[in-house]
Design a protein around this ligand. Structure first.
Ligand SMILES: C[S@@+](CC[C@H](N)C(=O)[O-])C[C@H]1O[C@@H](n2cnc3c(N)ncnc32)[C@H](O)[C@@H]1O
Length: 407
């Protein structure tokens, strides 16, 4: 009952205060033990993944619109009934017990509706966005931009639990052999020579080289953005703008060991983790600078390469962060698009005319992809990776060289 109560509180926090799911779980799950925290995670993430079909499901039995606590409880209860192997009577009674603690008056209503959900099959007919488990606005944009078939496939991929993807900083072939010898399923990723894929839920602390910092968790689609950066001078100056928590900085540092890398991060609270990660991963050629990527403390045309991994709406990684679909709307995406263009303009200022420049975001919305590039007036070679079984959704673009900057 305690876990269900925490799940209802986390979801309410997310929907009312727009807090991220992870920070809400830290707050409301603080007193839970490890097993309970895993259950809390499953409930909260499960509801966020299947929100639209769950809402369509229980709404059939509501005559009035439930208040927020009751609504969250109906989602948590319906998720257990439809997607978990919790006995139906426990799913209902434990969820109702949690509601009685939070909003006693809503207990009878939640009980009656959840019982009806349990007695009936899930609705067969859902609207396209409900089937896709997406807000209407995202579904319509994607269907218009990518077509119905591609949208269907990528939405299916977004419902799957993603594989564990690592960036490995030691010889990949022998590491894979070692892991296979231990009876763990593992394969090389196709998008980066550093990538390895393991089953979801693999305990990374049990993998070889964990203590030595031989790898970091990073989706191979994100690694592909780092691979796209090809400076003419691999021992020159590389700037990584928007660097924390430092996954791509670490990959850059290992890929270009003779280069000097400046990792720029605005948020001071994220810098200790960035430094800790770089230290743990043995990156000796990185200087961390706290600065605004929109006003870089660097002269014009002074660097050999820039990677800009801009803040975005995370639409490509919804299966890892299903809360992101509720934390953004069309207005916030438009604001992000403007911020991304400003950061990119500044990245181009510090890059020499023959410097390598890569723009990257973990969102696949055109507003955060091609529309941002269009604002530079330059030609770009861009790659949009749709979410798939073996990787997240990601977008990266490399500036085509041999062109004058038009600012
Ligand atoms: C997408 S995350 C970067 C992930 C990182 N590159 C990695 O691979 O681990 C975006 C980061 O940009 C930072 N950020 C946001 N606005 C910024 C700005 N104006 N200048 C510099 N950093 C910024 C955020 O604090 C966040 O740490």
């Amino acid at each position: 009952m305690l876990v269900r109560k925490a799940a209802i509180q986390c979801l309410e926090e997310l929907f009312v205060s727009h807090d991220k799911a992870d920070s809400a779980m830290d707050r409301f799950g603080a007193s839970l033990d490890d097993r309970e925290r895993r259950f809390l995670h499953e409930l909260v993430y499960g509801v966020l993944r299947y929100y639209y079909s769950l809402e369509a499901d229980y709404s059939r039995f509501c005559r009035t619109r439930p208040d927020e606590v009751a609504r969250m409880a109906l989602l948590v209860g319906s998720y257990q009934l439809r997607h978990m192997r919790v006995p139906a009577h426990a799913a209902v009674s434990e969820t109702v017990a949690a509601v009685l603690q939070l909003r006693p008056k809503a207990g009878g209503f939640v009980n009656a509706v959840l019982r009806r959900v349990g007695e009936n099959e899930a609705p067969k007919k859902l609207k396209p966005n409900q089937r896709a488990e997406l807000p209407k606005w995202i579904y319509s944009h994607w269907r218009d931009d990518f077509g119905a078939e591609q949208t269907e496939a990528l939405c299916q991929a977004l419902k799957e639990v993603p594989k564990l993807s690592l960036a490995l900083f030691v010889d990949r072939k022998s590491w894979i052999e070692q892991v296979m010898a231990a009876g763990i399923e593992v394969s090389a990723g196709q998008l980066s020579p550093y990538a390895v894929l393991l089953p979801a839920g693999t305990d990374i602390t049990a993998l070889p080289g964990y203590a030595a910092g031989d790898f970091t968790v990073m989706d191979q689609a994100a690694q592909a953005a780092v691979m796209a950066l090809e400076p003419l001078n691999p021992s020159g100056l590389i700037v990584d703008v928007c660097a924390a928590p430092g996954g791509k900085t670490a990959l850059l540092a290992h890929r270009f060991p003779a280069a000097t890398i400046i990792a720029v991060e605005l948020n001071g609270r994220r810098i200790p983790r960035l430094m800790e990660n770089l230290n743990r991963l043995g990156c000796r050629n990185v200087q961390v600078v706290q600065a605004n990527g929109g006003v870089l403390p660097l002269a014009d045309a002074s660097v050999d390469a820039v990677l800009l991994d801009a803040p975005c709406s995370a639409s490509g990684i919804l299966r890892r962060h299903p809360d992101a679909k509720f934390l953004h709307d069309e207005q916030s995406v438009a604001a992000l698009s403007r911020q991304q263009a400003e950061l990119l303009t500044e990245a181009l200022r510090v890059a020499g005319s023959d410097a390598a420049v890569v723009y990257a975001v973990c969102s696949i919305h055109r507003q955060e992809n091609e529309q941002v590039l269009a604002m530079t007036g330059l030609d770009w070679h861009s790659t949009r990776l749709f979410p798939a079984e073996a990787h997240d959704g990601f977008f990266h673009a490399r500036r085509c060289v041999d062109q004058q900057r038009v600012l």
